[in-house]
Design a binder for this molecule. Structure first.
Ligand code: ZN
Length: 292
């Protein structure tokens, strides 16, 4: 996204370094994400939008396709691999090769709408994964859970009104992208949180709204838009989550997956910009996925 930008390559090394330091890394299987094919991306995005991104990819320098979202010469390739991680992760859990998968990918995806890049997001990785589970594996009920501090407007726009996909989310409001105050369709469960809210408010939202909706849907697969920017140390927002909140919600989601989805959970990195807090939070999230 350019120099000194919070959505930076060091985010991934903050996570991988912390996984190594924690000792968890030795228990993980590592996979390299293949690029998603155009057909896989086109399940979540319009063909003309995909072409627009391809044509906007610069030979050098930065090209802004949205006021917040730039392409450098390597971004398109990275975005294809980030979406491809979702596809591979879904294949791994559906083939029973893994029970749970965490995808440490950039760029993030949940702001990308069907025909629009937004908020550092080019392709909507979690939506590509959900659409792959429906189209390629024949699932009938998939849940997308989004605990990023920002509302996942792109995922909502792509699946709003699609009864096969339940989306439950919490996010700070008002905050970018200033959407999500109303649920546009019954399959969208949006819980806005006021600035300053912490684990107590988050856990109440999960208990009172997310878990009943998930129990009613009985998802065959849970996908997580795992943004860690609701952490109290994050510079981009004003919620006060801590590592134990991410561990708690992960345990709750794993329990739902064990009841209904044969334990299948695919988690995709979204935001999280305080590097140390990001590494610690993602590590506690992975620890609970690994314990599943
Ligand atoms: Zn975010």
């Amino acid at each position: 996204m350019g120099p000194y930008h919070p959505e930076c390559p060091e985010r991934i090394s903050a996570i991988t370094d912390r996984l190594i330091a924690s000792g968890l890394d030795a228990y993980l299987y590592h996979y390299t994400a293949p690029p998603a094919t155009r057909e896989q991306i086109a399940r979540a995005h319009g063909a003309s939008y995909i072409r627009e991104v391809e044509e906007a990819s610069p030979e050098s320098g930065l090209h802004f396709i949205d006021p917040d979202t730039a392409l450098n010469p390597h971004t398109l390739e990275a975005a294809r691999h980030a979406a491809g991680a979702a596809v591979l992760a879904v294949d791994l859990v559906m083939r029973n090769e893994c029970r749970t998968v965490f995808c440490a990918v950039r760029p993030p995806g949940h702001h990308a709408e069907r025909n629009r890049a937004m908020g550092f997001c080019i392709f909507n990785n979690v939506a590509v994964g959900a659409a792959h589970a429906l189209a390629a594996h024949g699932l009938e009920r998939v849940a997308v859970v989004d605990f990023d501090v920002h509302h996942g407007n792109g995922t909502e726009q792509i699946f709003s009104g699609d009864p096969r996909v339940l989306m439950v989310s919490t996010f700070q409001h008002p905050l970018y992208p200033y959407s999500g105050m109303e649920s546009p369709a019954p399959n969208m469960v949006n819980i806005p949180l006021a600035a300053g809210s912490g684990g107590e408010e988050f856990r109440a939202a999960v208990r009172d709204a997310w878990l009943p909706a998930l129990e009613a849907q009985r998802p065959q697969l849970i996908l997580i838009s795992a943004g860690f920017d609701a952490h109290r140390e994050d510079p981009l927002a004003g919620l006060k989550f801590v590592e134990s909140d991410y561990a708690w919600v992960t345990r709750e989601l794993v329990a739902v997956a064990e009841r209904h989805a044969q334990g299948r959970v695919v988690s995709m990195l979204e935001g999280g910009y305080a590097l140390s807090a990001l590494g610690r939070s993602a590590t506690e999230h992975v620890r609970e996925l690994l314990a599943a």
